[in-house]
Write a protein that binds this ligand. Structure first.
Ligand code: GLU
Length: 543
């Protein structure tokens, strides 16, 4: 594109070689360069390190990541840590680790670097002051000296009159600020060390209209908005100023974020205008809320512990209270199952398909398929997703996980071929690797007790004699394979005209300790002849 423009302009230059065209050439080429840059999709996830990342935050990161993948763009992470009062130690590391666990990997970010470094706003703080000053100089912002107590007083007075105090066009001209006092006085106050903030001077009687890529046209009346603080006396910008400045500086093409930021949109749009960056303003997309399982209300950080499911990707220990909140990772979810579930909270593929790899999602994702209304979070469906990913995994991989997570802590050592066969037999019945023990413990341990109900029903007076005969049959089997044992035991039952159910149910009770489990002959061939016979003998003794 740049090349074509240069050729075009050169052509003009040759025909009308004058100074004016020369300027056109420069501007045009420059604009094209800028347009080219903005054509490159660059999106960011911009969390504030105020605590662990809620799963809604992970979804925002995911949608940004997928949008970048789909558009051959770049996904970056920026840490918005200008609010020192809300800073929580460990939160940034948690956020980065959570993204990594999910496979949502940025190309630029803190600890990674990149052309627009640093990626922590606290490390960029010197830069924001000039923009605050620029806004003041241009009349888009003003100094305000009102103390928290004075503002509180105003609020109380308004409340007494059943009104709400808002710092805006209606009130600003009577308050303690540079608009009311005049710039000279204001500067003198600052010189004298009076604490101040810089507020945005929201224009009067305007309508700000923007096309949101999820919601379509949205419009805001400026008279409904307040004069937000942009810069604080501590020398740091607020979220609004830092966010806009950094999105501009980092050449962000699309801002994709949660619905809770929609009210900030008119201010952000006006900041682009006020700073002279309107032509480079990114596109905006505000994602729908994630709702509680009951379908009403935003899923909050506290819901998880109350309702018994994790709301955080990783377990989080609060550094202040030392309380622990559950995480999907520690609860045994596979990251790809968690991510798959999140992708469908707000986005739909337009087909019945539900299982998507991260790569597939990156090929299919589009903001057009993101809904406007909130999506209900379903913890049961989330387990279902985990089940789907579990059964898709290779038995060898599951065996390794099962051995590491379950067998080793119990001090059980088993050869990998056996473990692999066991997990293959039970994986259809579980949602988590940890649940396999409940389905497979009898492969590794003889039953220590017998299910009373089953025993009552299946262990009759003549059962011990039957089982003793069964032991004799089993003793005679040379190759203890599932096929061999099945054939020989069944032949014996038929020849002796025994009741198949009576033998097999009692046999199962002796081996498993209950009336459940996979195919009996698969079980005994795995535990081996000796163990099988030993368990039957024990049952004869104990039952
Ligand atoms: N720092 C904001 C947050 O914590 C970012 C919002 C945005 O993406 O603009 O969510």
């Amino acid at each position: 594109m740049l090349l074509i423009s240069i050729i075009n302009i050169n052509f003009l230059w040759n025909r009308n070689g004058n100074g004016l065209k020369c300027r056109v050439f420069v501007t045009f080429a420059h604009q094209n360069f800028r347009v080219n840059n903005m054509n490159k999709v660059r999106v960011r996830f911009a969390p504030s390190p105020t605590g662990p990342l809620h799963m809604g935050g992970v979804r925002t990161a995911l949608f940004n990541y997928l949008f970048a993948k789909k558009n051959n763009g770049e996904f970056i992470v920026r840490i918005e840590d200008t609010d020192q009062t809300r800073f929580v130690p460990g939160a940034e590391a948690y956020i980065m680790e959570a993204l990594q666990w999910c496979g949502i990997t940025p190309v630029e970010g803190p600890g990674i670097g990149g052309a627009y470094a640093p990626y922590r706003q606290s490390e960029r703080k010197e830069m924001y002051l000039q923009f605050s000053q620029q806004l003041i100089d241009a009349g888009w912002a003003y100094y305000a000296f009102d103390t928290p107590e004075e503002l509180d007083q105003k609020r109380k007075e308004a409340e007494a009159n059943k009104e709400v105090f808002v710092y805006n066009q209606a009130s600003r001209n009577t308050l303690n600020n540079s608009l009311y006092l005049g710039m000279e006085k204001a500067e003198a106050l600052i010189q004298a060390g009076t604490p101040y903030v810089v507020r945005f001077k929201m224009p009067e009687n305007e309508t700000v209209e923007i096309t949101d890529l999820v919601r379509g046209k949205v419009s805001f009346k400026t008279n409904d908005l307040d004069d937000k603080v942009l810069f604080k006396g501590d020398g740091l910008p607020t979220y609004h100023l830092a966010n806009v400045v950094d999105d501009y500086k980092m050449q962000i093409s699309h801002v994709i974020r949660g619905e809770e930021w929609l009210p900030s949109l008119p201010l952000h749009a006006l900041l682009y205008k006020a700073l002279g960056w309107e032509n480079e303003r990114p596109e905006f997309a505000h994602l729908p809320l994630i709702l509680k399982p009951v379908g009403k209300g935003k899923l909050s950080k506290r819901d998880g512990d109350k309702m018994g499911f994790p709301v955080f990707p990783l377990q989080w220990e609060d550094p202040q209270t030392n309380t622990i909140s559950a995480g999907y990772r520690e609860e045994g979810y596979f990251p790809d199952a968690f991510v798959n579930m999140l992708a469908l909270l707000g986005w739909n593929p337009g087909t019945e398909q539900e299982i998507f790899s991260l790569e597939e999602l990156g090929e299919l994702f589009s903001l057009e398929r993101v809904g406007k209304s909130g999506s209900r979070f379903d913890p049961e469906k989330t387990k279902w997703f985990n089940h789907q990913y579990l059964i898709q995994k290779e038995d060898g991989q599951l065996a390794q996980l099962f051995a590491e997570q379950v067998l080793s802590p119990k001090g059980i050592v088993a050869d990998s071929a056996t473990v692999e066969k066991v997990v293959g037999m039970v994986k259809e019945r579980v949602n988590f690797v940890s649940e396999m023990w409940g389905q497979a413990s009898f492969f590794f341990e003889a039953p220590t007790e017998y299910d009373a109900k089953t025993a009552k029903k299946r262990w009759k007076e003549d059962t011990p004699a039957l089982m003793s005969d069964l032991i004799k049959v089993l003793e005679g089997i040379e190759e203890f394979t599932p096929e061999n044992t099945e054939e020989l035991v069944k032949n014996w039952i038929q020849e002796q005209e025994l009741n198949m159910g009576a033998v097999m149910n009692a046999f199962r009770l002796a081996i498993v300790g209950a009336g459940r489990g996979p195919h009996m002959f698969d079980i005994i061939s795995l535990i081996g002849k000796e163990e099988t016979i030993a368990r039957i003998s024990t049952a004869i003794e104990k039952l």
